[in-house]
Structure formats: C-alpha cells, structure tokens
Design a protein around this ligand. Structure first.
Ligand code: GRF
Length: 194
C-alpha cells in the first residue's frame, strides 16, 4: 500500500510525535514517519524519537540570521530525505508564506483549542477566562494565517469549574494523543487519493 514519507516537526517534549510514530508502526497506516526535526537542540522529543528508531535531527533556528534561511535549511533536510508530508506537533516557529507555499496541502498541525477559537498562544487560559464550558484540540491544514487552515478533525473536552490552565492542558493533551493519529490518517489518505 502507498504510505506517505512523513516528517514530524517538534520543539519540545514530543508526546504527540510519539503518538504519531506509534500509530505509524502499523503497516496499514497511510503515513510512514521517517524523520523528526526539532528547531530546539535540547528538545526532549529528539531522544524519544531515536528510542523509537526514527531519525531525529536538530536544526537550530538560532544558528540562522533570519526566518527564511532557517526555513531553507529545513526544506533542504526534508527534500534530501524524500519527505512528502509534514505533521507539526508542538512546533513553536511561525512559518513564512514562502515555506508554507512549498508544502501547502501536504502539511498539517495540531492546535490545542476548538478552532477557529483561540488561535495563537495560551489557549487553555483564554478558554477558562472566557468562561467556556468546553475546550479541545483541532488538527488542521497549515495555511499562511497562523492556526488558520481548514479543519481536519476536532475533539471536545469539558472544562471543569476547578480547572487550572495546567489541569485543562493535561486533559486536552490526553485527547490529542488519539486525535492526531486519526487526523494524520485522514489527511494522508486524502493526499494519497488525490
Ligand atoms: C500540544 O498541546 C499541541 O497541541 C501544541 O503544543 C503541545 C505539544 O505538546 N501545539 P507535545 O510536544 O506533543 O508534548
């Protein structure tokens, strides 16, 4: 069967990345995770990926004078390995339209809110402060507007009166770990079927 050669971009602990790699261990899963890239050399996720036998490299954005040259290095690393699809998972760099344009329709992200609500940072704090009854997470296509692309899959999680930003983040993250493998499978299947 056709499986898309997929890279996961991370910046931190990589729990979503691990969930994607585990899902892709099934030979019938439509994405094959072949590479993990972190823009932060100390990201804990790099070691977690290596333990799962996935090539994991750091491309430190601080080593480049501007966003474009960092993204050129990123694009070169992906192209050199024949990567066909990108899943961003806690990747904390804004991508410019130049990079997005090269990967549009082949790049997805997971965002910890019920998009279109709460694009950007501090999503759980904002949902609690607004008095929302539900939070959640969204898997979406990456477009020029940050967190603004078409939604592929969403999961809703209750917000409890006792919730803090941290307890809500933990409840949403647990749900993300099944949502993202489902969302990547949907997106990869759509690409394979053209
Ligand atoms: C997740 O909550 C994800 O939705 C957000 O950043 C967090 C990444 O966590 N974009 P992890 O690195 O997957 O553990």
């Amino acid at each position: 069967m056709t499986r898309l050669k997929t890279a996961v971009l991370i910046s931190g602990r990589g729990s979503n990345m691990v969930a994607l790699v585990r899902a892709a261990q099934d030979p019938d899963y439509p994405a094959d995770i072949q590479l993990v890239i972190s823009n932060r050399p100390k990201a804990a996720g790099l070691e977690r990926a290596r333990k799962l036998s996935v090539e994991a490299i750091a491309i430190d954005h601080k080593a480049f004078p501007d966003r474009e040259s960092f993204e050129d290095a990123l694009h070169d690393a992906l192209s050199a390995r024949g990567i066909e699809f990108i899943a961003c998972a806690g990747f904390m760099r804004v991508l410019t339209p130049g990079f997005v344009g090269k990967w549009v329709g082949r790049m997805i992200n997971i965002h910890p809110s019920l998009l279109p609500k709460y694009k950007g940072l501090h999503t759980h704090r904002r949902a609690i402060e607004a008095g929302d009854r539900d939070g959640g997470a969204s898997v979406h296509w990456v477009a020029d507007e940050v967190d603004g692309g078409g939604i592929i899959a969403q999961a809703r999680v209750p917000i409890l009166l006792t919730d803090t930003e941290d307890t809500l983040a933990a409840r949403v993250l647990e749900r993300e770990l099944t949502l993202y493998p489902e969302g990547l499978a949907l997106a990869a299947t759509a690409v394979i079927n053209g």
